[in-house]
Design a protein around this ligand. Sequence first.
Ligand code: MN
Length: 289
Amino acid sequence: MRLCRYDDDRLGVVRGDMVHDVTEAQTQIRAAAPYAMKGDAVIAALPAWRSRLEEMAAKAPGKPVSQVKLLSPVARPSKLVAAPTNYKAHIEEMAARAAAQNVKPSPAIGTAGLFLKANSSLVGPSEGVAIRFPERRNEHEVELAIIFGKQGSDIPREKALDYVIGYTIGLDMTARGPEDRSFRKSIDTYSVLGPWLVTADEIPDPDNVPLEISVNGEVKQNSNTKQLIYDCRKLIEWGSTFYTFYPGDVLYTGTPEGVSPVKPGDTMLARVDPIGEMSVSVRAHRAGG
Ligand code: MN
């Protein structure tokens, strides 16, 4: 099943190129969710609601995907976790840059650990990316993003995928510079998720998923999660020794080689075949806007 959030915080089931409105389910789920719960109530309720959502979608008239404003498929994650330096060829390209600038290269993931992106940086594809610090390199990083469906801590590798409700395309937008990753990668709009959540049953092996991004029609990154250094199960296992994951939590799995700068006026088109594609426009940030 493909689930999206769209327009003015509506919930939709995507079938083909149509969105079917199931917002009434979202309203009921949210009304019944205790304030003290951690994580996203709608994602937590998906397993129990799935068949009802399918029935509601079958009866709801469709609206073309191209005519809706796509938001992040998760409204309220408790955290956005991200893997740095998790593809060999990306580590090599960044090491070559560091050498040219005479600075220390970033260590590989086992030494670097995971990092957090601020929830306030999260947007959907239709909201676009607003560039701050245009004097710096502001780069796209296309990534497979894991969405957790239930609470888990100290999750063993063999059970890791049991905690995954689905996947989506992640853009880990990045302003390059000397500061801590979480500071530079938490700028408003620098965490994009979309175009929708594809439930895990449609992607039995997340470690063999092609991912691609083009900027203004030119392909910049084109790889496959087969190239991950820490694969999806290992990221979940390792991450859960530090963090409890809650329903709706997001894990950006890392980016392959080919990261490149974007500027206002550019259009990024990110594609992950088993999920779909999303177009994301880039604009300049305006103070106060
Ligand atoms: Mn990244």
